[in-house]
Ligand binder design. Sequence first.
Ligand code: VGL
Ligand code: ZN
Length: 201
Amino acid sequence: MRKANEAILVIDVQNDFCPGGALAVGGGDEIVAPINALVPEFQVRVFTQDWHPADHLSFASQHDGAAPFSTTEMPYGTQVLWPDHCLIGSDGAAFHPKLDTRSADMILRKGFRREIDSYSAFFENDRTTPTGLEGYLRARGVGAVALVGLATDYCVAYSALDAARLGFRVTVVETLCRAIDLEGSLDAMKSQMAGAGVTLA
Ligand code: VGL
Ligand code: ZN
C-alpha cells in the first residue's frame, strides 16, 4: 500500500483512445489490466475523462477545410485539430469496458467547454483556468502523484507538467501509458517533463 499522501491519476482510458476508437492510440488497451492491478495500491484514486460537446473547437470538423491533426491558432495558443472524439455521453467517451472504475474515488471530466480544450487534469489549455483537481488533492493531503493512461504526450504530459508546476512530486509510469506521437511530440514532451523534474518510471 502506498502512503496516504500519494495519489494515482488515471488519465483518459476511454474507448475513443483505444484501438477501434475515433482517436485511437496504438496499444491503448494494453495498459488496462496492469492499471487495474496498480490502482488498489493507492489510497487516493482519480480517473479523468475527456468530455467534449459535439461542436467543440478542438475538432477539425468545426473549422472550414481543416484536416485532422493540423493546427490552428486559438486565443490561448496553438491548438491541434483532432478528429471528433469523446462526445459527451457517447460510447467513445465511456471508459474502456475492462477498466475497473469501481475503485475510483473521483472521476473528473474535462474539455466540456466549446471554446477551450483541456489536455491537463489541472488546467484548461490556457494553463490558468482550474479544473478544481488541485484543491481536491490538497484537501485530501496529497503531495505526490503518479500518472498513467492516454496519451503520454498530450493529456498525461500536460497533467504531469502542471502537477510539477503546482509543487506536487510527480511520477509518470511510462510503461502504463501510450503515446499519439505527432511529429516528435513524444520526445518533445518527455524532455519537457524531465526538465520540469518529473520522474519517468
Ligand atoms: C487527448 C487529444 C485530444 C488525450 C485528448 O487524452 O491525450 N489527446 N484530447
Ligand atoms: Zn480531447
